[in-house]
Design a protein around this ligand. Structure first.
Ligand SMILES: Nc1nc2c(ncn2[C@@H]2O[C@H](COP(=O)(O)OP(=O)(O)OP(=O)(O)O)[C@@H](O)[C@H]2O)c(=O)[nH]1
Ligand SMILES: [Mg+2]
Length: 665
């Protein structure tokens, strides 16, 4: 059994260790209660919390159960601090104060003295909720609670007026208590640890005695924290003096914390021996009705006071027991019920013990708590597994939500890859156009030997020449007509070729839609007019003469040279002159068009560069998007892996929990 527990414990601690690793890796905060539960398992520490209303008999119950009066218990004393009782080789007490150094005591007499005195109350303050006043007013407000808060508390603890004092008296006592203890707030004891050589089953169990819960259900922050940490809770309820129905306990049973403890909550009803059997049975069935959330076997009626006396008498001889009752009567501590039993058993110890045991009913408590003690370790393992499971499930939900959100943020990686590739192609294409296509266009058009500009211009002149050679009869008017046609033709050629270059660039390089960005070639007509032709004709007419020798006289023959106008010559002269003009015009057109080609391609090159820059920016954007995409994608993958891991761990927990369940059911 023990080795089995050891194995289970180790497995659960391994689960916890993986849990902390995963949470650290995921940068998630580990809830404090989980760390605490694991620490307790590591230290073999299990917490049994005893809670209940003020004066319900919590401390007496613990003392009776432990068989030693460890705790202060009396109408004259009150538990105003959390008291932890745990196993220790020797007796030891450590006290913590609101704001003063800790105190450590090891002498039994000093410890008892401390416990008696610290908890002792002046008679007049026995009837007021001292623990609540200490914690909620004096400590919380450093001895200076605001008036409004004091009034609030007085109102809130109205139902804690156990001794039915008049409102006035009750309020006055509370105010006096505050006044008297205001300056000493730093020395209020907040926590006491008692180490005690407990019996075997309780070696790993810390029993906690706590200040009473107020009638309004305010357990106080500290008590609440302890309840959260506890592995089991014993709620103590007095059968006399207080109503059986406790709103505070009812409220507590509806909390999450109670839900967590549902297999380990006990209800102990104290003061049972004061009741007749009939009355007791009635009260018990009432309690089982009211607290139907608690299984009946965990609702136990006891008389702690009888058990205390039984503990005391167990080691005494019959004479000493007799003496004990005599003394008790004399010093006013006699508990008549116990004495009645003593007398009823005819002062025979054996019968007395039997009767007392039967009446105190602690055998039931022992059975229940021993069962708990045996199972406590397993309960604790189970509880830790449950807390870890819940924590895992919460994180899985969170991770899933996160994945959903991220999936909305990413683009399809294949589509993105395609876009990047396409953009890259586009950029290469533009570069190719800038570096090659433009050069080809420039060469095609403006090369000084093979360029289309030169070739076409020359072809035009050649055509003209051939036309001229076919003119019949040296017709000047034909020459004029052909020449002007040619000039027109050259003018058109310039326009056509200029437009063609633009067209070519548009087709081959980039379509420029904003026409105004292109400078058009100067489409001025070639500078040669009808007037120019006339002037040329006139100016050459004089030169168009031929000389001829003629002989005159009969006897003396005299040779004389005479000049004659030559139409043919005139034609040739005009033709030559026009040709010269046309060649100049042709060269001007060639130069213009070549310059134009360069200018236009410069604009296209600029446009291409702009375009390339734009595409590059788009490309860079896509790359950035890809990096982002990759990061998100990786995050999603990592989260999916984490979920898988968490689910695996949850499965491990389920299996492990199944193995533990058999020990606690
Ligand atoms: N007859 C009888 N008296 C009891 C029993 N339990 C407690 N008392 C008495 O009830 C009074 C209060 O008991 P405590 O044990 O101090 O009660 P408590 O709940 O610890 O009180 P606070 O710590 O002040 O909240 C004492 O006088 C006890 O002797 C019981 O089972 N039977
Ligand atoms: Mg007490």
């Amino acid at each position: 059994m023990i080795t089995d527990y050891k194995q289970k414990r180790e497995s659960v601690l391994n689960v916890f260790s993986s849990y902390t690793d995963i949470f650290e890796h995921l940068n998630e905060l580990i809830p404090q209660n989980i760390t605490y539960q694991a620490e307790n398992i590591k230290n073999n520490k299990f917490i049994l919390m005893v809670a209940g209303e003020a004066k319900s008999g919590k401390s007496t119950f613990i003392n009776a159960y432990l068989g030693k009066e460890v705790l202060p218990m009396d109408v004259k004393q009150c538990t105003s601090a959390i008291i932890e009782i745990e196993y220790g080789e020797t007796y030891e007490l450590i006290a913590e104060y609101a704001q003063a150094p800790k105190k450590r005591l090891i002498k039994e007499s000093e410890i008892i003295d401390f416990l008696t005195n610290h908890a002792a109350l002046k008679d007049e303050y026995r009837a007021i909720p001292v623990a609540a006043i200490n914690h909620e007013l004096l400590i919380k407000y450093n001895g200076n609670p605001p008036k409004r808060i004091v009034e609030d508390l007085i109102l809130g603890v109205k139902d804690d007026n156990l001794y039915n004092l008049s409102d006035n008296d009750y309020t006055k006592r509370i105010k006096n208590y505050i006044e008297e203890n205001r300056s000493g707030w730093k020395n209020i004891v907040t926590n006491i640890q008692i180490k005690w050589p407990l019996d075997q089953p309780f070696k790993g169990i810390t029993i906690i005695d706590s200040p009473g819960i107020n009638a309004i259900g305010r357990v106080g922050q500290i008590t609440e924290e302890y309840i959260e940490k506890a592995n089991a809770i014993i709620f103590v309820k007095s059968l006399s003096g207080q109503a059986l129905e406790s709103s505070a306990f009812k409220k507590f049973l509806q909390t999450k914390s109670a839900d967590k403890h549902k297999d380990t909550i006990y209800l102990v009803l104290t003061g049972a021996s004061d009741k007749s059997e009939l009355e007791l049975n009635k009260l018990l069935s009432e309690a089982k009705n009211i607290y139907s959330e608690i299984p009946q076997k965990r609702i136990i009626n006891v008389d702690s006071k009888l058990q205390l006396i039984l503990n005391l008498c167990a080691s005494k001889s019959e004479d000493d027991i007799d003496k004990y009752f005599d003394d008790a009567e004399k010093n006013g501590t006699l508990f008549p019920t116990a004495e009645r039993h003593w007398l009823k058993s005819k002062c025979r110890k054996e019968a007395f013990v039997e009767l007392m045991e039967q009446q105190s009913n602690f055998s039931r408590v022992n059975m229940a708590l021993e069962e708990f003690a045996r199972k406590a370790q397993y309960f604790a393992l189970q509880e830790l597994l449950l807390s870890i499971s819940k924590s895992y499930i919460k994180i899985i939900e969170k991770l899933k939500e996160n994945i959903d959100l991220n999936e909305l943020k990413i683009t399809d990686p294949k589509e993105l890859e395609r876009k990047i590739h396409q953009k890259n192609e586009e950029i290469s294409e533009i570069r190719r156009k800038m570096n090659e296509s433009i050069e080809i266009i420039i060469n095609d058009y403006s090369d000084s030997k093979t360029g289309k500009i030169i070739l076409e211009a020359n072809k035009s002149i050649d055509e003209y020449n051939s036309q001229l050679s076919k003119i019949s009869g040296k017709s000047m008017s034909e020459l004029e007509k052909l020449s002007f046609n040619r000039i027109d033709e050259l003018g058109n050629f310039k326009k056509t070729l200029g437009n063609e270059i633009i067209q070519k660039c548009n087709d081959e390089l980039i379509k420029i839609t904003a026409e105004n960005e292109i400078i058009h070639p100067s489409f001025m007509e070639p500078d040669f007019s009808q007037g120019d032709f006339l002037a040329l004709k006139n100016s050459t007419e004089g030169e168009a003469v031929t000389y001829r020798s003629i002989e005159e006289g009969a006897t003396f023959k005299k040779t004389r040279t005479v000049s004659e106008y030559s139409k043919d010559m005139h034609f040739e002269l005009v033709k030559d002159s026009i040709m010269k003009r046309l060649l100049i015009i042709k060269n001007d057109i060639i130069n213009d068009l070549q310059d134009y080609t360069i200018e236009v391609t410069k604009i296209y090159k600029m446009k291409l560069r702009e375009n390339a820059d734009e595409k590059k920016a788009e490309y860079d954007n896509l790359l950035e998007k890809k990096v982002e995409n990759d990061i998100i994608q990786k995050e999603i993958e990592a989260k999916k892996t984490s979920i898988e891991l968490l689910v695996q761990n949850l499965n491990i927990i389920t299996t492990l929990n199944g193995g533990i369940r058999s020990y606690v059911s």
